[in-house]
Design a protein around this ligand. Structure first.
Ligand code: M6R
Length: 357
């Protein structure tokens, strides 16, 4: 039930700190160690490459998850849009493990890949919010998101839950392989939960940003580098899905290779700047668009901020910034849809789970 909330989407955005804390509880044993099925651990240890398969928002979570698996657990990983995988199947490694990410566990595009790779004799792990779902039943292993029912068509808390569970999976695998990591995911996720709470208390600031900058615009660009880029893809999807503003996410460095031609006087450009190693370069991309008349808004992180930034998120571990920077993006989309009188929870042409290919 929505309770006092006007929309499920807003309720689900607000639930994210609690979901983080539930994930911490569910994936922690009595001795404060990570709790994962030994079978999952063994499969992760045995594989030589991970193929992440997903659609939409879950695909965007997969892009972040790939980084975790490679940077923390040292396993090569690739991410594929489910609907493309079957036509363009890459050459598979000797011992692949398939990881399906799906909030609903019912997405037909992902299921058809699952059926195919099972026929080929490969193992699959499904990360889902619905443990009894098709993708969960038909895979060898399941990791549960514990996000609680997600009703709004626009996925919010499932995305952050997916990223949190992927971080836990990567660290657990690294530890199982005897790798030494200077990163405690449960502690870091607790910091994220607190940061999310700070952000969900700043709705008025985001609403104002929307009113001042996205009121009547027909399009908007999101730019970022490294993991900020992945969050830009998600921010753009959220905005177009519920407010019908044409929005695109771009890698900051790619702009000058074509897209910058679209920048006109007043075009909104939202730039994410939460990564220290690309902070300088993304800010120079912002100068490039500003010089061409763009209405730029920089969303940065505490410690990297400058006075002119439009919004600053609290500081969290650099690998986990997508978990916090996505929250203002979700709220931007929400208020943009609200201001345009769109049906926030049930956008046109869309269904909560896409059960046709
Ligand atoms: O249930 P799934 O995670 O498999 O769904 C995948 C996409 O259909 C879904 O994420 C979609 O993109 C959302 N409406 C985005 O908000």
């Amino acid at each position: 039930e929505k309770g006092t909330y006007p929309h499920f989407m807003l309720k689900e955005i607000d639930e994210q700190p609690f979901v983080m804390r539930r994930i911490i509880q569910e994936y922690q044993d009595e001795r404060d160690r990570l709790k994962l099925d030994q079978d999952v651990r063994n499969a992760m240890k045995a594989c030589d490459r991970i193929y992440i398969i997903a659609a939409g928002t879950s695909y965007h979570a997969g892009l972040v998850g790939k980084q975790f698996l490679e940077k923390m657990a040292g396993i090569p990983a690739e991410v594929h849009v489910a609907s493309e995988f079957s036509y363009n199947m890459p050459l598979l490694s000797e011992n692949p493990l398939f990881v399906f990410i799906s909030q609903s566990g019912e997405t037909a595009d992902s299921r058809s890949v699952l059926v195919k790779i099972k026929e080929m004799g490969h193992q699959a792990l499904t990360i889902t919010n619905v443990p009894g779902s098709t993708l969960s039943r038909e895979a060898d292993f399941t990791l549960h998101l514990h996000a609680g029912p997600e009703i709004a068509v626009a996925s919010t808390k499932a995305y952050t839950a997916q990223i949190a569970v992927l971080a836990i999976l990567a660290v657990d695998t690294a530890r199982a392989k005897g790798m030494k990591l200077d990163f405690d995911p449960l502690q870091e996720l607790a910091i994220v939960a607190n940061a999310m709470e700070v952000l969900t208390d700043q709705k008025e600031t985001i609403e104002e940003l929307v009113r001042d900058n996205l009121g009547t615009t027909r399009n908007a660009f999101f730019i970022g580098r490294s993991s900020d880029y992945f969050v830009c893809l998600e921010g753009a999807l959220k905005l177009k899905e519920i407010s019908y503003i044409q929005a695109e996410g771009f890698a900051g460095g790619e702009l000058k290779h074509g897209t910058i031609a679209l920048i006109e006087e007043g075009t909104p450009v939202i730039a994410l700047a939460t990564q220290e190693n690309v902070n300088y370069s993304i800010r120079s991309n912002v100068q490039e668009v500003a010089a061409r008349g763009a209405n730029d808004m920089i969303l940065s992180m505490k410690g990297l901020e400058q006075d002119t930034d439009a919004f600053v998120v609290p500081h969290v571990h650099e690998l986990l910034t997508p978990l916090v920077s996505v929250v203002p993006m979700q709220l931007l989309a929400y208020y943009a849809a609200l201001h345009r009188d769109c049906d926030v929870d049930k956008p046109r042409n869309l269904a909560k789970s896409v059960t046709v290919e």
